[in-house]
Design a protein around this ligand. Structure first.
Ligand SMILES: Nc1ncnc2c1ncn2[C@@H]1O[C@H](COP(=O)(O)OP(=O)(O)OP(=O)(O)O)[C@@H](O)[C@H]1O
Length: 711
């Protein structure tokens, strides 16, 4: 055989091998999904079996009616009202309390702020002896113990901060039962690391005084839970040692998989499950495009906070890194928003101080990393802003869910930018399903037509419920069209193929840099962030994939060819890209400028929000930041002025103010630019014109949307 022939065959074999590997990858992904579905179906089946399982006398098990009458009803009502000051139970609370009082193990999944604590605190008071509560965070424990003390309920905690005297008192109470202790909080470390504590607990149990065991934030037990804590996995010992003591495991979120996992780990296979909806009807979810310019993002956040929460209402801004937290807090402060950062690298006292000032309403905004998480009990958090993408739907649900625990209207705003995806993926790629989870939230952000709330229902495998217009998409539906971007995709694949043939790799930013020249002829209007989003979309579609490499200082994410790249290169797979039709550009090419039509927090069209921002920035340094008050904007929004005269009339009061003339001048210019923009779009010529049109296209888009509203 000539060496040429050998070489050719070798090449063919390598191509075929690559093919096989791609198929294996596809099959493995499919296998993952099937495993997940299998465990979900098993859980459902188990539930069905439980309700039809024969009891000892041969008949079917009676349906357990936890809402019926029980002997402790009167006493429970008395404690609920006179001790906790609660006039009536919320959904499932009474049933959970009855199941626990009947001695059953219970698994409670109830959304943030749903009132989980009452479900174990009330039975703890009703039952004889001491209840043990395992909770993951010191601050959470401190808050709970303080809250119970304020209600006159004897509660203590045994943690690293407990002094010797208190410890002695607690041990005495456990051992001899001669001190009044109804609820004892410990961290999971106490269970797994302190033999002394476990022996006292055994004595307490032996004397029949261990009334109840509660596992707070139970999802921490499961590898699949978002806040997995290794010490939680040893908590199974509690059920082994104290099998007759009812256990209540509570958490705000647990997918079916997590539920199965934690029932196994806690040894409560026959527990009664109470799964409440994940729906938080009082939360308005929205996503906005994030600018690539840091200062612009800060201005957007500040304008949103100022415009929607001028009365210093509390909020949280979540950032990706500690450094980013510090910077964002400083920049917000620089433009007059009272904000402080909070992250794990800070001294405990400094962190506590910030938390306390915020809790008392002396600080409007906490800018935190994920470290600012469990244990935030502030009920009146009115807004949660994500400066960057979360790592999963679950994490986002938890973090955004810190808003509105008091049940009042609150808002969750996420700033999305494709370039944030590789930053997250290089952090999560080694986690179980880390990339899959991340790509789910990217889909949530990029979606143009699917209700944001619906995405949560799908994620937590819950039947869909009405959103009631409480997300940006449902509040302001957009007309969405799919565009064929197969040619763009094929160019991207060929660029990556060339790069890989030269034994090189590209990060997303490097790839996009290369694409700038390659795609220009095909689509001259394509902007950088649109190219970035296309690359991300191809990753989600498995045409491309991410690969990771550690350096001494960081982990880099590279974009490489994925299992379906070949089909795209061969023209066998079409790639579609969804865009809002109002934002489709003149040339018929796709152009992704979505998100501009979302509502402001007060439910007002962005046009007016934008208008105010533009006027404010035109006078930076001259005018106070809010030139138009929220009320004025509200008035403009309701009455929808369609001429400059009407607009002038409506904000007539401004004319008399110090800056009145200037403001009106600015509004005139603004309105003129809109007209000019409409003219130019009807009469396009030459590059200069194009540049001008590009500049004003944003305004046009907004006008289109409002016109449609009027119809
Ligand atoms: N039935 C009820 N009626 C009115 N308020 C209630 C009721 N049950 C609980 N609450 C109050 O609701 C608030 C939230 O309760 P709780 O702290 O138990 O929530 P949670 O479910 O543990 O939330 P998270 O997961 O965010 O910690 C508390 O202020 C609590 O007093």
């Amino acid at each position: 055989m000539a060496s040429d022939e050998i070489l050719e065959e070798l090449l063919n074999v390598e191509v075929e091998l690559q093919d096989v590997q791609d198929q294996i990858k596809l099959l493995l992904d499919q296998q993952d999904k099937l495993y997940q579905r299998q465990s979900e179906l098993k859980a459902v089946l188990e539930q069905c079996n439980e309700s039809t399982e024969p009891v000892e006398n041969g008949g079917p098990a009676p349906v357990e009616d936890w809402s019926g009458s029980f002997e402790w009803d009167a006493e429970a009502d008395n404690v609920r009202f006179n001790v906790f000051g609660i006039s009536k139970y919320r959904a499932n609370q009474r049933e959970i309390i009855n199941a626990a009082m009947s001695g059953r193990d219970v698994l409670v999944i109830m959304a943030a702020g749903g009132g989980k604590s009452l479900c174990y605190q009330l039975p703890a008071i009703l039952r004889n002896g001491t209840a043990l509560v395992v909770s993951p965070l010191l601050s959470l424990i401190q808050d709970q113990v303080m809250g119970l003390a304020a209600l006159g309920i004897p509660a203590s905690m045994l943690t690293s901060t407990t002094n010797k005297e208190e410890e002695k008192y607690i041990y005495k109470a456990l051992e001899k039962g001669d001190a009044d202790l109804k609820i004892l909080y410990v961290t999971p470390e106490k269970i797994s690391k302190s033999k002394r504590f476990m022996s006292k607990l055994e004595k307490c149990h032996h004397a029949g005084r261990l009334s109840l065991i509660s596992i707070d934030e139970a999802h921490c037990c499961s590898q699949w839970g978002h806040d997995f804590r290794p010490d939680y996995k040893n908590l199974g010992i509690l059920k082994t040692q104290f099998p007759d003591v009812p256990m209540i495991a509570v958490t705000a979120t647990a997918t079916k998989k997590v539920q199965i996992d934690l029932m196994e780990m806690l040894h409560i296979p026959r527990c009664v499950k109470f799964v409440s909806t994940v729906n938080r009807p009082n939360l308005f979810y929205m996503v906005r495009e994030k600018s690539s310019i840091g200062k612009v993002v800060i201005n957007d956040i500040a304008a949103y906070i100022r415009g929607s929460y001028p009365k210093n209402e509390s909020g949280i801004v979540y950032c990706f890194s500690r450094k980013e937290c510090e910077l964002v807090a400083k920049e917000l402060r620089d433009i007059g928003i009272s904000a402080e950062y909070y992250h794990a690298d800070m001294d405990v006292n400094a962190r506590e101080k910030v938390h306390l000032r915020w809790s008392k309403g002396k600080l409007q905004v906490i800018v935190g990393t994920v470290a600012f998480g469990m244990g935030i009990n502030k009920p009146d958090v009115r807004f949660v802003i994500h400066h960057s993408l979360s790592k999963s739907m679950e994490t986002y649900y938890q973090e955004s869910g810190r808003a509105g625990r008091d049940g009042l209207h609150s808002e969750c705003l996420l700033f999305y930018r494709p370039a944030d995806v590789p930053r997250q993926s290089s952090m999560v790629f080694y986690e179980n399903c880390g990339l899959q989870n991340l790509y789910d939230i990217v889909r949530y952000c990029w979606s143009k037509s699917q209700c944001r709330r619906g995405a949560f229902f799908r994620h937590f495998a819950e039947p869909l419920q009405n959103c009631n217009g409480m997300c940006d998409i449902c509040a302001s539906p957009r007309e969405v069209k799919e565009y064929d971007v197969s040619s763009h995709a094929s160019i991207i694949v060929s660029v990556l193929q060339d790069t890989q043939n030269n034994d090189q790799r590209l990060t997303m930013l490097q790839l996009v840099e290369k694409l700038k020249t390659k795609i220009k002829d095909l689509d001259p209007e394509l902007k950088r962030d649109e190219m970035e989003q296309l690359v991300i979309q191809l990753i989600l579609d498995r045409v491309l994939k991410e690969e990771f490499q550690h350096t001494a200082y960081s982990t880099n994410a590279y974009v490489t060819l994925g299992p379906l790249a070949k089909q795209v290169a061969q023209g066998k797979k079409a790639i579609k890209f969804e865009i809002c039709t109002q934002q489709k550009s003149r040339s018929g090419q796709w152009s992704a400028r979505c998100g501009k039509r979302s509502l402001t927090s007060s439910g007002l069209p962005l046009k007016l929000d934008e208008l105010r921002k533009e006027i404010a920035s035109a006078h930076e340094g001259l005018l106070p930041h809010s030139v138009l008050s929220t009320q004025q904007i509200s008035m403009l929004s309701v009455e929808k002025p369609d001429t400059l005269e009407k607009l002038e009339g409506m904000i007539g009061k401004l004319k008399t103010g110090k800056y009145g003339a200037k403001i009106l001048d600015e509004i005139k210019k603004y309105m003129d630019s809109e007209h000019q923009c409409q003219d130019t779009s009807a009469n396009e010529q030459g590059g200069e014109h194009m540049a001008k049109k590009q500049k004003t296209r944003k305004t046009l888009v907004v006008i289109d949307s409002d016109d449609e509203d009027d119809k």
